[in-house]
Design a protein. Structure first.
Length: 261
């Protein structure tokens, strides 16, 4: 009989960013920074850098399922998150697998790269909503993604409408105006102040936020505690972001590497 697991295990189901700033690369860094062991099921490969996405290569749904089987069968999962999922077929395979596996799940409905590249095909949005939102512990759209899902409105109104689509809880992050994330847990509306930093390095901030949130849930934090910590960590990752990396929007730095160096 094996030893009891002492380190929380977090799974990211998302795309790979060859530039290292977002996607599974950002998620695995955020898991490690939070004190969790990270695993991954890659759904697509991107040819990407700080200036944009050059190409996307989708992996077969059966192979995505094989990765999920391999991780669950041997390592186990205390919390999971989804990021870029790209296609309806991949979302269906993931939803089929996750149904009946009751672990905390953060669904980050990634639709567009910061460069504007499409990371979720148009015909996949309805499948994401109908299949994955009900399985989620919390859905974490940024303001642009929330408006793409349910139209314009205040953060409170957007959270209400996304909850009505089937998400048990919602965090609307980012956007212009007041620097707050808006959490609706299905009962309470909570505004969470976020410190903003104008560093020219925000690539991967959303991934870092949702991965840190998943790590908090894996460690037994309440939803509000995990959301507050995710907001703090993502903000600090932008504050210490590496604007000098690449010619475009630099990557966030969850490890504060420049300070360590």
């Amino acid at each position: 009989m094996g030893s009891p697991v002492l380190i929380p295990r977090c799974l990211t189901i998302a795309g790979s960013d060859s530039g290292g700033g977002a996607g599974i690369q950002a998620d695995l860094k955020a898991f490690a920074a939070a004190g969790c062991y990270g695993t991954s099921a890659i759904v697509a490969l991107t040819a990407q850098n700080t200036t944009g996405v050059v190409g996307v290569h989708e992996l077969p749904p059966d192979f995505v399922r094989a990765q999920l089987d391999a991780v669950y069968d041997d390592i186990g999962v205390d919390a999971a998150k989804t990021g870029m999922l790209f296609s309806r077929a991949v979302i269906e395979a993931i939803a089929d697998f996750l149904e009946g596996r009751h672990v905390p799940l953060v669904v980050d409905p990634v639709m567009l790269a910061s460069s504007g590249a499409e990371l979720l095909q148009g015909d996949a949005v309805a499948t994401l909503v109908s299949r994955l939102f009900p399985l989620a512990t919390v859905v974490t759209p940024n303001l642009q993604e929330a408006e793409a899902l349910v139209g314009s409105g205040s953060r409170r109104e957007l959270a209400d409408r996304i909850h009505e689509l089937g998400a048990p809880a919602v965090v609307v992050t980012g956007g212009h105006g007041e620097a707050v994330d808006h959490l609706f847990d299905g009962i309470r509306h909570v505004e969470i102040s976020v410190e903003r930093h104008d560093t020219g390095a925000t690539h991967g901030a959303g991934c870092t936020h949702s991965a840190t949130l998943a790590a908090g849930l894996a460690m037994g934090q309440t939803l509000e505690q995990a959301v507050r910590e995710a907001a703090r960590v993502a903000s600090e990752a932008v504050r210490y972001g590496l604007a000098e990396i690449g010619a475009g929007d630099g990557p966030v730095d969850v490890f504060h590497l420049r300070g360590a160096a």
